[in-house]
Design a protein around this ligand. Structure first.
Ligand code: ATP
Length: 297
């Protein structure tokens, strides 16, 4: 569906996308994660043909991005890009439907995006979250095979966000490929069946959320201690990466929890309420990207 082959894009000295190779298969729901400036928006712009690569090739459905867009195979919701002023929501959605080669009925698009009651509202009078829903309506105005969303839920309240993802799941269940960039890692964890982690324009990790968590390697260990806490001794535990002590509770992150816990007993301590758990996607993301930063410095 989507194939990036050694794609690079620089802005002056900044290598926004750096030798990126990846492919997306039909029916996948893929989250694109990365710290600020990692190159997510640039990657999506290259995918949509809004920017041209300095080198490498981007192919959508075996054609150029532009051809795929003209054929109506891609629906996109971008982070920026103003909505037209001085028109109503219904007029704007009607225009998007008219421009799509395989449009849905306007009423269906409005109700799917949850904006039927806003149909007669001027676009420039919308709240931030309402404007996001209108962008979503424009991205789903017709039957596209690929839906690209750049930080789609920014500014949406909790209910709107849940509704939005329920709709996206329906789209995915119907066989569409959904690619979305986000900073909400819990969304990626809950929605995506594949997670890509970008860092300085390169792909750092590519797998299911579970694989990304495993790749981070670390585990969380927490326990309570009775009696005075010997902090230097705890800090000397093997494979420890971080430690936090609040009251009687000690929370650590370890790259080898078995060895750390073994050493804990070796110190003659008697931890109570011991818990060992894997990292959440957010912690795994931080572990992977900070390890990469450290490697590059
Ligand atoms: N038009 C531009 N001119 C110059 N530099 C740019 C331009 N667009 C992006 N950049 C730089 O390219 C890098 C990648 O930016 P990009 O917007 O793709 O990252 P991002 O991962 O989407 O970031 P964010 O999470 O903050 O939205 C950044 O260092 C950014 O400052």
């Amino acid at each position: 569906m989507v194939a990036f082959d050694q794609v690079s894009k620089a802005y002056g000295e900044v290598r926004a996308v750096d030798g990126l190779t990846l492919s997306l298969r039909a029916g996948e729901t893929v989250a694109l994660l990365g710290p600020n400036g990692a190159g997510k928006s640039t990657t999506l712009d290259l995918l949509l043909g809004l920017k041209n690569a300095d080198s490498g090739t981007v192919r959508l459905f075996g054609t150029t991005p532009r051809e795929a867009l003209v054929a109506g195979r891609v629906g996109a919701m971008l982070q920026s890009g103003g909505l037209m002023d001085e028109v109503t929501v219904a007029e704007l959605v009607r225009l998007a439907c008219a421009l799509h080669p395989k449009p849905y009925p306007v009423a269906d698009v409005l109700s799917r995006a949850g904006i039927a009651q806003l149909a007669d509202r001027k676009v420039d009078k919308l709240s931030g979250g309402q404007a996001q829903r209108v962008r979503f309506a424009l991205a789903t105005a017709g039957d596209s095979d690929l839906i690209v969303l750049d930080e789609p839920t920014t500014g949406m309240d909790v209910t709107t966000r849940q509704g939005f993802w329920a709709t996206m799941r329906e789209q995915a269940d119907q066989g569409r490929t959904v690619l979305f960039a986000t900073h909400y890692l819990e969304e990626a964890d809950a929605i995506a069946d594949r997670v890509l982690v970008l860092h300085r324009g390169r792909l750092l990790a590519d797998g299911t959320a579970a694989e990304i968590k495993a790749k981070a390697g670390a585990r969380r260990v927490s326990f309570d201690l009775e009696g005075p806490i010997d902090e230097p001794a705890l800090r000397g535990l093997p494979f420890l990466t971080t430690i936090g002590i609040s009251g009687r509770t000690v929370r650590i992150q370890s790259s080898d929890a078995d060895a750390t816990v073994h050493a804990l007993y070796g110190l003659g301590l008697h931890p109570r309420n011991l818990e060992v758990a894997g990292l959440g996607l957010e912690q795994a993301f931080v572990a992977i990207t900070t390890a990469e930063e450290a490697k590059q410095q």
